[in-house]
Design a protein around this ligand. Structure first.
Ligand code: CP
Ligand code: NVA
Length: 308
């Protein structure tokens, strides 16, 4: 059977997303280690720092009976200019799968092109699909939604940079038919190409997607999701970003506009006092840390599906 990669949420059909969510909930409930991947290896190749992605994938692999292998990029020949082409072919001959965190989305596309084993996106400048599966799980848990088709009943607002998180959220909302509002300063709204892509799915799923710079669009939100103002790789813009994003901080004043049952999500790591105030971070830590925990269960479901 041909290998399948997970580079984007759009690599998953509606049915596959539903199956992954249901598997993740099942695994979370059982908590029992499985022995399905004995003798199998997953390479973890990260160009940028990571806590949750690196550790949840490692733990997930062990709990499924397999072995994660951390690939130290600085010690690999890639750091001396060995091509993606050659690296991908060689790694495929040792490993059963490869989880990559890369600066450039086009680099993991190139890895996937030459790799004969599945490539899983552990974050690029464009998407973070594994994160978003855990996020949707958390929305379902905290709003007591058992069927993903009912996610449309809650209003989800993402406030902040139109980055990898916003892009994957837009993608999953478009496929599942969710009610999603993306709020950011004009310069940092979701990019046009990805918005156009989402339209292909929205016509079928009837998702309600709104993209705006108006902070009042947060009105009645059931979920408020935010992320750092300056993502990894964009540090040169930090000063400019701080200035433009300051009115978009998730704080107590903003939360007054949300619904009474609203939860706050953050993919972490957070910069308290920037995108989220210290008190709101503390008040909503249940949902935020549950979201981080769900990475483990979502990652296990992903591995079971992709690393057959
Ligand atoms: N949310 C997330 O991906 O965290 P890490 O950068 O720690 O992996
Ligand atoms: N948008 C953030 C997410 C970190 C998990 C970044 O890319 O740095």
């Amino acid at each position: 059977m041909a290998k399948k990669d997970l580079l984007s949420i759009y690599d998953l059909s509606l049915k596959e997303i539903k199956n992954l969510l249901s598997k993740a909930f099942e695994l979370k409930k059982k908590r029992k280690p499985l022995d399905v991947f004995r003798g199998k290896t997953l390479g973890l190749m990260l160009e940028k720092p990571s806590t949750r992605t690196m550790v949840s994938f490692s733990a997930a692999m062990v709990q499924l009976g397999g072995t994660p292998i951390f690939l130290n990029i600085e010690k690999m020949q890639r750091s001396r200019g060995e091509s993606i082409h050659d690296t991908a072919i060689v790694l495929s001959r040792y490993l059963d799968g490869l989880m990559i965190r890369a600066f450039k989305h086009s680099d993991i596309e190139e890895f996937a092109k030459y790799s004969t084993v599945p490539v899983i996106n552990g974050l690029t400048d464009r998407e973070h699909p594994c994160q978003i599966l855990a996020d949707v799980m958390t929305m379902m848990e905290f709003h007591k939604i058992t069927n993903p088709s009912d996610l449309k009943k809650i209003k989800v607002v993402y406030i902040g940079d139109g980055n990898n998180i916003a892009n994957s959220l837009l993608a999953i909302a478009s496929v599942l038919g969710m009610d999603l509002t993306l709020i950011a300063p004009k310069e940092y709204l979701t990019n046009r190409e990805l918005l156009n892509k989402s339209l292909e799915y929205i016509s079928k799923s009837k998702a309600q997607i709104k993209v705006t710079s108006d902070i009042n669009a947060i009105d009645n939100a059931d979920v408020i999701y935010t992320d750092v103002w300056t993502s990894m790789g964009f540090e040169a813009e930090e000063k400019k970003r701080k200035k433009l994003f300051t009115p978009y901080q998730v704080n107590a004043e903003l939360l007054k506009k949300a619904s009474s049952k609203c939860i706050v999500l953050h993919c972490l790591p957070a910069v308290r006092g920037e995108e989220i105030s210290e008190d709101i971070m503390a008040k909503y830590e249940d949902s935020i840390f549950a979201q981080a925990q769900n990475r483990l269960h979502a990652q296990k479901a992903v591995l079971l599906q992709f690393l057959k």
